[in-house]
Ligand binder design. Structure first.
Ligand SMILES: *[C@@H]1O[C@H](CO)[C@@H](O)[C@H](O)[C@H]1NC(C)=O
Ligand SMILES: *[C@@H]1O[C@H](CO)[C@@H](O)[C@H](O)[C@H]1NC(C)=O
Ligand SMILES: *[C@@H]1O[C@H](CO)[C@@H](O)[C@H](O)[C@H]1NC(C)=O
Length: 403
């Protein structure tokens, strides 16, 4: 709305300026708006050809050059766009589900106007309502395309709750390098219905508008189409960071290092968010975020005794694309300070104790068994073996006696 009023303001100013110039030149010369404004749809998902003819009154004027000022409501940007051209046609992209509004003025300049430019006070206008095709409330919702790690593009949509029986969606795309709209190469099926499209391997061109149309059919007739325009470099979602290293430096510094996701995204195009979760002795977790363009971060001084966990995610920065999507978070990497490490050493002591106890227990058990056998054996045949056996024998007798 603000841009609209700004635009209207500009138009008024321009008109006042032109009137003033007309007044100064006292020319009284006027020019008519163009004629026969026509909009043609070549089937390029909303790329329309606009044509017009010069006003009949201008045919006789030869010593002056004619320009046209075309203004149209850009349905994707929600704003008016104005261009000047000497040609009698122009091609622009529209969302076919919205009103199409086009206006054309005639501009005249040269010796016939004493060098100044005159614009026709009126314009020729064409307003075209969207075709009322499609059952109401059947348009897809939340259409979103992600260019996964610049590897493959995936678009997904949600179904309206009012879908008639046997509805089937179809997706078509068009861009300037295609002679006609093409259908999705591979649909993504979920719950038995089409919920998206996977452009596997088909690399779509970047830095040009790509138009997506999701339409469809059902038992009750065609579904309401949806149009979206985007450029793929703005849809990149980088891969998840796999390698994250933590390293302690001097003075309780902690250095976090990670690697770029493997793929086609240039490293310089990424920015990073690092999340630091610090768990104090009371179990309370404090969370902090850091943003960086580097693939490492040094924290000056951490509480050695606390548990420090980190995870990172990345996004294409503003120098490489107008927008982007955050990657998934990496798996967290944790660092636990001195006391916890000491605790681990302390853990070793009971381990030795356990092993010693176990060995002793086995020994005692074997002695018991041996003693029992010996007692039974001694009843038949008394045969002491050696000093060692007799020593064990005495012990075992004691043990047996104790037990
Ligand atoms: C152009 O200027 C001349 C002299 O300055 C004047 O006589 C003539 O009427 C002007 N013509 C137009 C079309 O303004
Ligand atoms: C889309 O295609 C890519 C590349 O072939 C594949 O890795 C990915 O899993 C596919 N996605 C779905 C949802 O099938
Ligand atoms: C969907 O759009 C495409 C491209 O404009 C068209 O060829 C196709 O017939 C449409 N399908 C339906 C069911 O309307």
């Amino acid at each position: 709305m603000a841009t609209n009023s700004w635009w209207i303001h500009q138009v008024i100013l321009t008109l006042l300026f032109l009137s003033w110039r007309d007044y100064v030149h006292c020319s009284g010369l006027t020019v008519d708006p163009p004629e026969d404004l026509v909009i043609l749809d070549p089937g390029h998902l909303g790329e329309l050809d606009i044509t017009w003819k010069p006003p009949a009154s201008l045919i006789s004027v030869t010593e002056c050059s004619t320009l046209y000022q075309l203004e149209y409501f850009n349905t994707y940007r929600n704003d008016w766009t104005a261009i000047r051209t000497s040609r009698r046609s122009y091609t622009a992209q529209f969302d076919l589900m919205k009103d199409i509004r086009v206006r054309v003025y005639t501009l005249l300049s040269g010796p016939c106007t004493n060098g100044s430019m005159i614009k026709s006070t009126n314009y020729i206008e064409l307003v075209q309502k969207p075709p009322s095709t499609g059952i109401v409330d059947t348009a897809v919702q939340d259409f979103v395309c992600l260019f996964h790690n610049m590897d493959y593009m995936e678009c997904n949509w949600g179904r309206s709750s009012k879908m008639p029986a046997n509805s089937q969606h179809t997706l078509y795309i068009w861009h300037k390098e295609l002679s006609e709209a093409v259908e999705c190469p591979k649909y993504i099926i979920s719950g038995g219905v089409r919920s998206g499209c996977n452009f596997t391997g088909n690399i779509l061109p970047d830095f040009i508008d790509i138009i997506f149309c999701v339409n469809g059919s059902s038992d009750e007739g065609p579904l309401k189409p949806t149009f979206t325009s985007l450029q793929i470099q703005n849809q990149v979602k980088p891969g998840t960071t796999e390698k994250l290293h933590l390293q302690t430096g001097p003075d309780r510094q902690l250095e976090i290092q990670w690697e770029h996701p493997v793929g086609r995204i240039p490293g310089l195009c990424l920015e990073w968010e690092v999340e630091h979760n610090e768990e104090g002795p009371d179990g309370k977790i404090t969370s902090k975020q850091f943003f960086t363009k580097q693939t490492s971060l040094t924290l000056p001084s951490i509480h050695d005794k606390w548990r420090n966990c980190f995870r990172v995610r990345s996004k294409v920065n503003k120098y490489c694309a107008a927008k982007g999507f955050w990657s998934e978070w990496s798996r967290p990497a944790c660092h636990t300070g001195n006391e916890v490490t000491a605790e681990a050493e302390w853990d070793m002591v009971p381990a030795y104790l356990y092993i010693t106890t176990a060995i002793l227990a086995i020994l005692v058990l074997s002695l018991c068994v041996w003693a029992m056998l010996k007692v039974r054996g001694s009843r038949q045949d008394k045969k002491p073996d050696s000093l060692l056996t007799s020593l064990f024998a005495r012990n075992s007798v004691l043990t047996v006696a104790d037990a």
